[in-house]
Design a protein around this ligand. Sequence first.
Ligand code: PLP
Length: 456
Amino acid sequence: MNPMTSRTHALRELDKRYVWHPFTQMKDWCDSEPVVIDHAKGHMLYDTDGNTYLDGVSSLWANLLGHRVPEIDQAIMEQMGKVAHCTYLGLAHEPGARLAEKLVQITPAGLNKVFYSDSGATSMEIALKMAYQYWYHRGESQRNSFLTLEEAYHGDTIGSVSLGGMELFHTLFRPLLFPVERIPTPYAYRSPYGEKAAEHTLERAEAILKEKGNTIAAFVIEPLMQGAAGMLSQPAGFVKKVRELCDRYNVLMVADEVAVGFGRTGHLFACEKEGISPDIMALAKGLTGGYLPLAATLTTDEIYNAFLGEYEEYKTFFHGHTYTANPLGCAAALATLDYLETRKVMDNVQVRIDQLAKGLSERISPLPIVGDIRRWGLMTGIELVKDRETKEAFPGAMQAGAKVCFLARKYGVMIRPLGNVLVLMPPLTLHEQEMELLLDAVEAAVKEFAVEQGLG
Ligand code: PLP
């Protein structure tokens, strides 16, 4: 065995003996030969056997500007020379204060206060508790429910799972969860209402708000795109109508921009695209350029002010985490936001979006097992189907999406599926040739799988 192979073998054995991976059937994992990542540079991942892969899903939608970006590396190292971590309970620090100012400046108007945490799920737990406690302080403690979309995904902690509506991930835990009001997702392809799906969703939302709006703390939504559900897109104008409903029925609006935030949809924030400001906004993933676990929940002065009072009034928001506002994470986030601005990254995004849209429509859409392609900006879901006419799905147990993603590795691209949906979410700084590589690999892998199934 050459030294490279034996290192890979040893690491795989260690991993299989001691590690339990997320969202993974470990029996299959232990029977497989997992890729072991050694290092990364730019938009490429390198494994311990010397293979190279394009990071086609931005390391789970987090990496924004590529790996080992000199400016972000430098900012983290400089911060390391000062302090890597200190508690945020009872102390302040420069990167935390500066980042909060920056976030308030770049997010939609009215979001003036920043509460830090360390993951998308925690940013959403904070959103939920903040919304509930806000109403409690306003004398409306009966508002203990939330309005959410079917197929919603907001993270894996119990509060965020309560909001979640994905059968595969969430149903098992129902006995542990608090009940919420759920309305159908507005995505057309599999809705019995077809192109009128969004209209129907809004009607259902309005009916619920009319009947029991005063028991609902907030309408919670992943604006423009429900990511984990398989990139279920909402039509333009939908989020704006959600905002209008929230105003009409006096319910808070929570925008979970954990996945869609920081340029993924072609706009810095999805809410910005819709020209609205939510009452609470959750950010994570791309916030640090995908370097470090940091999240932020932003809110308005009105909500913040409702928590002010004498200590003995017990209006304090009793919530926090050991690593709240980790200084290294804040430094990485500041460098990321600076890079986005000074390098005019969003200009590149527009060019890549056009290239992606063209490639998808000319090369991927005509493939016989591609049923539907949903896209906002660079966020893309390609739904594979057994039969395009009837929309018959591949059986879940067959893991069609996973098989195609596995084939794509052979063509030098790392992507991940969500069920039968292939997800593409490349970094914002992707180059022209890299986008071609991504499209080539997807096309080749889908074709190969179709031929294997006798459907090519
Ligand atoms: N909210 C949305 C919309 C997400 O897509 C995710 C993760 O994919 C989360 C929340 C949870 O984020 P995390 O995995 O950082 O907890």
